[in-house]
Design a protein around this ligand. Structure first.
Ligand code: UDP
Ligand code: MG
Length: 314
């Protein structure tokens, strides 16, 4: 019998976990041709998430868990899930029921009968989300489409069913700065997109502040595009050429009309402009350098404190 691993990253989800478990087991019961494994990754929660998961594991042998030593972020939680999942098919689902488990049979069908390697989901509306957040999210995806060769789809969720081969390819990318939406696109394979309407969180609240999302989007840009570096080079070059023209102009003017002292305000403006540009470009360089530094250190992507999964235990 083939096995499906359901990976659920959880960070302070005590309220919603029982609801999630109920819903996902209901869907699992419909798919009686498959064995299931529910792999909860407790991402250093500070509430009762871990005891709740352990409670579920006592009742149901299909429930597995990995508990981190601190909060490592959702990307690390997903990686840990891929790392420990043993299923022939692997699906990642949010604990808050924003990724409807009821889509699972349809997703499975696309892999089994239509020859896809993965089935991804995107939400077509952003209903129930603050408008300013939607606006910036749209801008981010537009920008990414221009500056990155890797396909990153607007509204894509991390909710995705994958074959074992797909998951192994993801695991082969052991980078520390993980941006899944890009990694999924980078590995290639054939992906089918299912669309659904945005669903509001079943309980609890979102873990992503605007600031956290902004930093995450910068991670995404740095991880999947070198365009900011090229932009810095082009801007620098343009400034340099402009300066050459100005110098020529000033030399010629001085030779023809003498040198009346004037124009220090414009000088200050130009110094500020160039100084600002230089700082910006150094900042961009610094972003890439910092990421390289983190990669080079080769730190583990997550640290497991407690688990009931036995294989490749580190
Ligand atoms: N999550 C996590 N670690 C974090 C933040 C979030 O594992 O540091 C999990 C969270 O428990 C949930 C999923 O990632 O299952 C999505 O988080 P959330 O619903 O807060 O994000 P949103 O749906 O608002 O984008
Ligand atoms: Mg959510």
């Amino acid at each position: 019998m083939e096995k499906i691993s359901v990976i659920v990253p959880c960070y302070n989800e005590e309220e919603v976990l029982p609801l999630f478990y109920e819903e996902v087991t209901r869907v699992a019961a419909q798919l009686s041709d498959y064995e299931f494994e529910f792999l909860f990754v407790d991402d250093g929660s500070r509430d009762k998430t871990l005891p709740v998961i352990k409670g579920l594991a006592e009742k149901d042998a299909r429930v597995k868990y990995v508990s981190f030593s601190r909060n490592f972020g959702k990307e690390s939680a997903m990686y840990a899930g891929f790392d420990r999942a043993v299923g022939d098919y692997v699906v990642v689902m949010d604990a808050d029921l924003q990724d409807p488990p009821a889509l699972l049979p349809e997703m499975l069908d696309a892999i089994k009968n239509e020859g896809y390697d993965s089935v991804a989901t995107r939400r077509v509306t952003r209903k129930g989300e603050p408008p300013i957040r939607s606006f910036f999210a749209r801008c981010f995806y537009k920008l990414m489409r221009r500056i990155s060769k890797t396909e990153i789809v607007d509204g894509a969720r991390d909710y995705r069913l994958m074959t074992r081969q797909f998951v192994d390819s993801l695991l082969a990318m052991g980078e520390y700065n993980r941006f899944s939406k890009g990694l999924y696109g980078w590995v290639g394979y054939r992906t089918k997109w299912l669309e659904f309407e945005n669903v509001a969180r079943a309980a609890g609240e979102t873990k992503w502040s605007f600031w956290k999302l902004l930093l995450y989007s910068i991670d995404g840009i740095v991880a999947f595009s070198a365009a900011p570096l090229a932009i810095a080079v082009v801007t620098g070059l343009a400034c340099f050429l402009l300066a050459l023209v100005f110098i020529l102009f000033i030399v010629v003017r001085t030779l023809m009309f003498g040198d009346p002292v004037a124009g220090w305000p414009s000088l200050v403006c130009i110094i500020l402009l160039i100084g600002g540009l230089q700082l910006l470009c150094i900042g961009i360089l610094g972003e890439y350098l910092a990421k390289t530094y983190l990669e080079v250190k080769g730190r583990p992507i997550y640290i497991c404190k407690e688990t009931n999964t036995c294989e490749n235990d580190r």
